[in-house]
Design a protein around this ligand. Structure first.
Ligand code: ADP
Length: 545
């Protein structure tokens, strides 16, 4: 028997309509690329998204067409999210930190017809445009006064386009499984692969993301996503915020500690989200200047493992709770969040931080399992580790324009490429990415565990571990570290410190002090580069135990 409920489609436009009518005066505040602070309301964003939809219609854009962006977190970029998807077209966000050749690859692969760019990236696009035969128009995300002097012949001004249009536009209704957005994985292994999101997945993800047991976002909150809109749709925050009437504070290109701190203070930000690299910078800035953000209550850390020392620092030094989250582009991205289990608030610090440093429990909507090499389920005892597989309504079922995917099992599970444990409280912990695990003498060493242990040393700001070939053991760990400012520490001291934290055979074969670690387009350490540096002899350090 079928239920007698209305079959209303879950469309992204319904989120904006809701925000515009219920939370019409809640704000989106932007530090613009041009400099000044811009204030807009959800009602304003709704009107401008409709003007944009009218303008794109006039430019010949229709359902399913790809409109690409190379842009920071701003109100205009939010308008593009809603305007483009709302009209049934597909927004394709591009990471400007990709290598130009990779950028051209993804734009051509997506066959984007329009490219919207922030002024910062105008020179880049000028160089690239000859390699982009499908791009008909470039829209500069600025006003007439700030248009680049050398704008391309096919260039248009965003504010002029909007000003010429009426706010009279009715969002079309269509199947909720229609494509809404396209993001490419960062391509640290092979060519980037396209993940094609749908309206249904995006709306359900926004529900799941903002649940009280996931990333609670209320109308009274002010959220500053440091995670870029070009990285997995800023983790879906622009949708979750509008759904809940949460004020959005967009940092534009100002991502250094001082700019972020000032904007957070001025706008009384209560939640923020980003990758660990950003928080290293912010914590260092706070310690150096004595500045803090009194309104800030929660920091969402994901994208790479949040070291326990960072979680402790936020809590103990600044009274801010870290929500450690895990996910991936293919998962819209949210999979798990580490919140303290009920009753654990009074547990001792070691137990609490031990739990919080794990990647957390699945949010409703994501099913997870860990399996051995024969796809047999492993026990949830916090020790057994294996391939982490997931399924759910906001997880990709395949890749855009790729017939085959090795990661998608025939029985409907997606192999994340991560190796993990699960404990009896359902907390998942990433041991490593499959390709980063180190096999030493037939046993596995987790590079993440070793990095986290090293980062507990007060003189170590950042750490990365790779496996290096070893005749006797197959592979041994090499630890590359960046010291904190003015710290003095040598390899022996690091090794002595680590020997109290990890098994003796885990102790790094080599410890190398470096000025900086190679960071990729999404703010993660590029272990491929470290391995290459080791192979060509440019990364070597003090010898073993
Ligand atoms: P890419 O795979 O292109 O680097 P993603 O941004 O989708 O792009 O990265 C997803 C991967 O990042 C996950 O599979 C996992 O390995 C890693 N990751 C994300 N969040 C965490 C976390 N909290 N702890 C450890 N690893 C994480």
């Amino acid at each position: 028997m079928r239920g007698l409920m209305m079959d209303r489609p879950l469309l992204i436009s319904t989120i904006l309509d809701h925000a515009a009518s219920v939370f019409h005066d809640r704000e989106i505040v932007t530090r613009t690329v041009e400099g000044p602070i811009h204030r807009e309301t959800y009602a304003g964003v709704a009107n401008r998204s409709k003007q944009l939809a009218n303008a794109l219609t006039d430019l010949g854009i229709g359902q399913g067409d790809r409109v690409a962006t190379i842009a920071w977190n701003t109100n205009r970029h939010v308008e593009l999210y809603y305007g483009v998807s709302g009209m049934g077209a597909v927004i394709h966000t591009i990471n400007p930190r990709l290598h130009p050749a990779q950028m051209a690859f993804v734009i051509n692969h997506a066959e984007a017809r329009i490219l919207c760019v922030d002024l910062t990236f105008a020179p880049l696009v000028a160089k690239l445009i000859d390699q982009l035969p499908k791009v008909e128009r470039v829209i500069y995300l600025t006003d007439r006064a700030n248009m680049p002097a050398d704008a391309l012949d096919n260039g248009l001004c965003y504010e002029d386009l909007l000003a010429a249009q009426s706010t009279d536009y009715r969002w079309p209704e269509f199947d909720e499984n229609t494509a809404s957005a396209l993001c490419y994985t960062s391509g640290t292994t092979g060519d980037p692969k396209g993940v094609l999101y749908s309206h249904r997945a995006t709306v359900l993800h926004a529900f799941g993301f903002s649940l009280p047991s996931a990333v609670p976002m209320a109308e009274s909150d002010a959220m500053l996503p440091v995670v870029p809109q070009f990285h997995v749709l800023a983790w879906g925050i622009p949708y979750a915020a509008a759904m809940n009437g949460t004020k959005l504070v967009m940092p534009g290109p100002g991502l250094d500690g001082a700019s972020l701190t000032q904007l957070m203070r001025d706008e009384e930000v209560t939640i923020t989200a980003g990758v660990p690299t950003i928080w290293h910078g912010l914590l260092a800035h706070w310690r150096q200047t004595g500045e803090t953000v009194p309104s800030l209550k929660r920091v969402i850390i994901g994208g790479s493992a949040a070291p326990r020392s960072m979680i402790e620092a936020f809590q103990d030094e600044f009274g801010i709770t870290v929500l450690h989250a895990w996910g991936m582009t293919e998962m819209s991205p949210l999979g798990t969040v580490s919140l303290l289990k009920a009753g654990m608030e009074s547990a001792d610090a070691d137990k609490r931080f031990g739990k919080l440093a794990k990647q957390g429990r699945p949010v409703y909507g994501v099913e997870m399992k860990i399996v051995d090499e024969h796809d047999r389920p492993l026990p949830h005892d916090g020790t057994a580790f294996g391939a982490l597989k997931v399924r759910g309504p906001w997880i990709a079922s395949g890749y855009y324009r790729l017939d085959h995917s090795d990661n998608h099992d025939t029985d409907g599970w997606f192999d994340t490429g991560d190796v993990a444990t699960m404990d009896d409280d359902a907390y998942m912990q990433i041991t490593d990415r499959k390709k980063d695990l180190i096999k030493s003498g037939g046993e596995w060493i987790s590079s993440i565990d070793l990095e986290n242990a090293a980062m507990g040393h007060p003189a170590i700001a950042q750490a990365a571990v790779i496996g290096i070939p070893d005749e006797k053991w197959d592979e041994r760990p090499l630890l590359a570290v960046v010291k904190t400012a003015d710290a003095t520490v040598d390899a022996d001291a690091v090794r002595t410190y680590l020997s109290e934290k990890v098994a003796k055979w885990w102790l790094p074969e080599q410890i190398v002090f470096v000025e900086a670690l190679p960071i990729g387009a999404t703010g993660k350490v590029l272990k491929t580069k470290l391995r290459a540096a080791y192979a060509d002899g440019s990364l070597s350090g003090e010898g073993g135990a």
